[in-house]
Design a protein around this ligand. Structure first.
Ligand code: FAD
Length: 283
């Protein structure tokens, strides 16, 4: 019997497992994927997001230190500059892997490549059934991200009108182009193809370019992303190939904000770690 079983080893789950283990409680973290795993993401972690982490992000994981945000709407652009670091850009697969390894280093056990099918609150403890076995714990933390129905054990199902939708792609670029962007700047455009937004985030060898909106307003996410790629190329990124790259499948909304329940099962999410740059639900 574990004190806490955490379902999902994204930033929310791994952070929960780390904190649990550091408090001397036994923790088991389960993820259906084997890490490192891909996660569609712009890869920017805000200062506020970093403040929630148990320790500073190792420098080896930081691809860019961000000192400026450029936010545009229509023909108007405003820049915010800070001498200290306002955000960092990371490779999401490596970042999530690091957080999981931190949880393990703190003493959490991990079961990877194992999907949780069912959670049962027996009254005395929680029973967690996976593709490979059954585990028992005093408490469960559901950190399954946007997908999955386990969270409905403790809260209602997401309504379609609460969902956001993003499409993202990586655009390879030469170092000089990224440095000239400049590489310490995050750019966001509001009102992209309607009420949505688009982002251009510099990484080490590519830009992350994406668009997001409420799902009900986001018809044709691939076309919206292609339009944004074209607009970005026209304005200042000559190497962006104007939507000629094969675009990834549209990605779903990200997870909802953390909620707690009095029962032994909790739902957690790191969705709020960077409110400015995610398309998370706002309710
Ligand atoms: C296109 C896009 C771009 C984004 N860009 C940014 C950005 O630049 N900066 C930022 O801060 N945020 C960004 N976000 C938001 C960010 O990705 C989420 O807020 C964050 O991933 C939420 O973390 P999480 O730990 O709650 O869930 P996730 O990271 O989604 O992790 C959930 C984990 O649970 C596992 N899982 C799910 N179901 C089961 C199951 N049944 N059994 C076992 N395991 C399961 C999954 O495999 C996954 O590893 C972006 C989101 C999208 C979609």
């Amino acid at each position: 019997m574990f004190d806490v079983v955490v379902i999902g080893a994204g930033p929310a789950g791994s952070s929960a497992a780390t904190e649990t283990a550091r408090r001397g409680l036994s923790a088991l973290i389960i993820d259906k994927e084997v890490f490192p795993r891909d996660k569609p993401c712009g890869g920017a972690v805000s200062g506020r997001g970093m403040s929630y982490l148990s320790e500073p992000i190792p420098s080896g994981l930081i691809q860019r230190e961000i000192h400026e945000a450029r936010i545009g709407f229509s023909s108007v652009t405003r820049s915010v500059h800070r001498d200290d670091i306002m955000a960092v850009v990371v490779d999401r697969a490596a970042f999530d892997h690091y957080l999981l390894q931190s949880a393990q280093a703190a003493g959490a056990r991990a079961k990877l490549g194992e999907r949780v099918h069912r959670l049962t609150d027996t009254g005395s403890h929680v029973e967690v059934e996976t593709s490979r076995g059954t585990y028992h714990a005093r408490f469960a933390v559901v950190a399954e991200g946007a997908f999955g129905g386990l969270k409905t054990r403790v809260r209602r199902k997401d309504r379609p009108d609460e969902m956001g939708l993003c499409a993202v792609t990586d655009v390879p670029a030469a170092t000089e182009e990224i440095e000239g962007f400049p590489g310490s700047t995050l750019e966001m455009q509001l009102g992209v193809a309607g009420y949505g937004y688009g982002w251009v985030f510099p990484h080490d060898d590519h830009f992350s370019v994406g668009v997001g909106d409420m799902a009900r307003l986001m018809s044709g996410p691939r076309a919206r992303l292609a339009d944004f790629l074209t607009a970005v190329r026209v304005s200042h990124l000559p190497s962006v190939p104007a939507g000629t790259r094969p675009l990834p499948p549209p990605v779903p909304p990200t997870a909802a904000r953390a909620r707690r329940q009095s029962a032994g099962i909790m739902s957690a999410s790191a969705a709020r770690t960077s409110g400015a740059i995610s398309a998370d639900r706002s309710s």
